[in-house]
Design a protein around this ligand. Structure first.
Ligand SMILES: Nc1ncnc2c1ncn2[C@@H]1O[C@H](COP(=O)(O)OP(=O)(O)OP(=O)(O)O)[C@@H](O)[C@H]1O
Ligand SMILES: [Mg+2]
Length: 394
């Protein structure tokens, strides 16, 4: 596909290892090579595509080259590739209208896909990164009362339902803050794109463009923010960087769903205080219900706004077998009403994680989908009502 796209197109390769690509993923293109100085004043007359190999250059020289490119009136589309991609360079580059970054190691297919995307972006500039929405998003946090209660599963389904509800491009994101071992990316069959060393350095600098470098687009509407497993992650990321990530995401998307770690971190209370809703997911066992009650009380006390987390019962069986508590017994143990129940459907849940994607995609008729849809409708409806009341009061 790229051979057709690139037939006769002029690719200017800035780096020493790139000419070999002319026989591979850049087949069909007229590839010339040059130094970083070629980026000064470069325009459509010089090349149809720029590929910059970051590892061929020192950090300062690369930064200066990309800065020069940013000053050009109408630079060609540009792809930055390499193993060492300095954050500042990536930020400058991603501000350009047609730009992308590919982290090494990458396959010929990865490179071909990135090139194809850039070359077609010319005809479809509207597919560029979303502009900040101007409004502050609704942010809902989802956390489990006990391990494995279904927080990630429900967070994914909620985000997916919100995409259906809004129908707008780039309107919903899911942020997996289980930084050490989050499973949202694996459940969605996606590759994590949030590089933790970059996030750690970004407390003061993270902005809308950089946020896009951390996003894994899942559909036209739905972006995922997640990092590769890292046992040191919680120790290595300053709280300010996490809070900044949430803040910028809320300025960019209409809905932000956060998969929150169960154990409290230095930033947990502040993050939860900024959320419009906190959903505590419990299963229907006595220990889980007791844990849900105390976690919910703890969160309520810590955020101190009088807002109560909502408890959602997951894996509710249509007909109870064995000594599982009934809904009434569950609510007695919780000492409050549950916000809703999500049916148990192991086949649908397992099929979706194995295929990679929301249950609504792979098993749209599952009761899980209907239950989450009702939950979302109710919560989003209440939020809209509150907004209406605030507007009238003002
Ligand atoms: N309603 C449901 N019916 C059947 N299986 C479910 C349901 N919800 C979740 N599961 C399954 O339960 C398991 C645990 O779910 P999940 O990973 O979402 O829980 P979690 O609370 O995020 O776990 P962790 O504590 O590891 O973060 C997964 O195998 C998932 O597919
Ligand atoms: Mg989880």
């Amino acid at each position: 596909m790229t051979a057709k796209l690139l037939a006769g197109r002029r690719v200017l390769a800035i780096g020493s290892a790139l000419p070999d690509l002319a026989q591979g993923p850049l087949e069909g293109a007229i590839v010339t090579t040059g130094g970083l100085d070629r980026l000064i004043g470069v325009g459509a007359a010089d090349a149809d595509l720029l590929i910059i190999e970051a590892d061929s250059w020192g950090g300062a020289a690369l930064a200066a080259g990309v800065q020069a490119l940013a000053l050009c009136a109408a630079p060609p589309p540009v792809l930055l590739v390499g193993a060492n991609l300095p954050t500042a360079v990536v930020r400058t580059l991603l501000r350009l209208e047609r730009s992308d970054v590919l982290e090494a190691p990458f396959s010929n297919e990865n490179l071909a896909a990135a090139v194809a995307h850039l070359m077609t972006a010319r005809a479809a500039p509207a597919a560029a990164a979303p502009a900040p929405s101007g409004d502050i998003a609704r942010c809902w946090a989802v956390t489990g009362a006990v391990g494995g209660s279904g927080a990630t599963t429900i967070a994914i389904e909620i985000a997916n339902q919100l995409c259906v509800r809004t129908g707008k491009d780039k309107s919903v994101c899911l942020i997996d803050l289980n930084l050490a071992d989050g499973s949202a990316a694996a459940y969605l069959g996606a590759s994590p794109a949030m590089r933790l060393p970059d996030l750690a350095r970004a407390a003061d600098t993270l902005d809308h463009s950089m946020l896009q470098a951390f996003a894994t687009p899942l559909t036209k509407q739905f972006d995922l923010f997640s990092a590769a497993r890292d046992p040191q992650a919680f120790e290595s990321i300053p709280p300010e960087a996490i809070l900044r990530l949430l803040e910028v995401a809320c300025e960019t998307y209409q809905w932000v769903i956060v998969d929150m770690p169960r154990h409290r971190r230095a930033w947990s209370v502040q993050a939860l205080s900024g959320c419009d809703e906190v959903l505590v997911i419990s299963e229907l066992t006595v220990p889980a219900l007791l844990a849900a009650r105390s976690l919910s009380d703890e969160i309520e006390r810590a955020i101190g706004s009088g807002r109560k987390p909502r408890i959602v019962l997951n894996r509710v069986a249509g007909r109870m077998f064995g000594p599982a508590p009934s809904l009434a017994e569950a609510e007695r143990a919780l000492q409050r009403k549950a916000e809703g129940g999500v049916s148990s459907d192991w086949e649908a849940a397992a099929a979706s994680v194995n295929l990679g994607g929301p249950i609504a995609t792979h098993r749209p008729k599952s009761k899980i989908v209907k239950d989450v849809q009702q939950l979302v409708e109710r919560l989003a409806g209440e939020a809209a009502q509150r907004d209406g009341q605030t507007t009238r009061a003002a």
